[in-house]
Design a protein around this ligand. Structure first.
Ligand SMILES: [Ca+2]
Ligand SMILES: [Ca+2]
Ligand SMILES: [Ca+2]
Length: 288
């Protein structure tokens, strides 16, 4: 994993226009639960008009493995209740590792991630611990004192548990996540201040510890934030599809404003310093 500490800035910033990757029709692989829409992620994909480029695989290891191998994918979304098990589990995990190690984007949710430690390094987390009741809210912890510094992948102040109907008592409520070095918790479970949503692998991976079914209020909006963050070109700050001097000027404005005019913390450590400046140079130089 690339680390902000020790990265070398590319001094010669290319001021000429650099084309970003076309975002019109990204290839998305979505392993969802049974049912077409699979709330809230399927709802978010529909509302973002992304279903046209999405291959949907219901929860089947037999179908998921060949689908993973049919990549490359611009984004892989895994919403899986149980741990990967059986003869295909190792091969699926290997495919996910190859995708992420190659810089691929991954949105990952698994209620029983605590039972699958071999996935933790791939996802950039140190560990996952089973969540117990009661559950009430998920709060942003990223720049919580300044609302404008919220991480773009979680733009909500709070995401309240749906209590109608209440979660069945035998359900798995998901996992608390402990981020590894280089990863950052952007939202916590309010009950015990443990990690609920983690951004890792240079912003390419988002791990959801919460079980989506029980945080349904505004859940599709939360999913939209995450999908948009993963699909966008991180250095294209004005969103016009090209990397130009105007993106660099926008970064300078955000940095000089201490983050109050937009997200500028590209090292994901909750503060703005020279390493964010260096990282932005590197992202700009890398293109999209
Ligand atoms: Ca669990
Ligand atoms: Ca731009
Ligand atoms: Ca920073």
């Amino acid at each position: 994993m690339r680390s902000c500490i020790g990265t070398v800035a590319v001094a010669a910033l290319a001021l000429a226009s650099t084309p970003c990757r076309a975002q019109d029709d990204p290839r998305i692989l979505f392993s969802g639960q049974g049912g077409f829409v699979s709330f809230p992620i399927g709802t978010a994909l529909r509302d973002l008009d992304l279903l046209g480029g999405t291959e949907l695989v219901f929860q089947s290891e037999d179908l998921l493995l060949p689908a993973l191998r049919a990549g490359p994918w611009d984004l892989i979304i895994i919403r899986w209740f149980d741990a990967f098990e059986g003869p295909l589990a190792g091969a699926i995990i290997d495919e996910l590792a190859a995708h992420v190690d190659g810089g691929g984007k991954l949105m990952f949710s698994m209620a029983e991630l605590d039972e699958q430690p071999e996935l933790w390094p791939i996802l950039g987390i140190d560990s996952a611990v089973d969540v117990v009741e009661p559950l009430q809210d998920i709060f942003t912890v990223y720049g919580r004192d300044e609302s404008t510094k919220r991480h773009p992948a979680f733009g909500r102040l709070a995401w309240r548990v749906n209590t109608d109907p209440p979660p069945p008592p035998t359900s798995d409520y998901g996992d608390s996540l402990v981020p590894d070095h280089g990863a950052f918790t952007i939202a916590e479970f309010a009950d015990d201040a443990t990690g609920a949503i983690v951004v890792a692998r240079d912003g390419n991976v988002i791990v959801n510890g919460e079980h989506w079914d029980y945080w349904s209020l505004a859940g599709s909006a939360v999913a939209e934030d995450q999908i948009q963050w993963l699909l966008e070109c991180p250095a294209d700050l004005d969103g016009d599809g090209d990397l130009t001097v105007f993106d660099f000027l926008e970064f300078q404005n955000r940095f000089d404003g201490g983050g109050t005019t937009g997200f500028a913390d590209f090292c994901y450590d909750g503060r703005l310093d020279v390493f964010d400046f260096l990282e932005y140079f590197n992202l700009f130089d890398a293109g999209c």
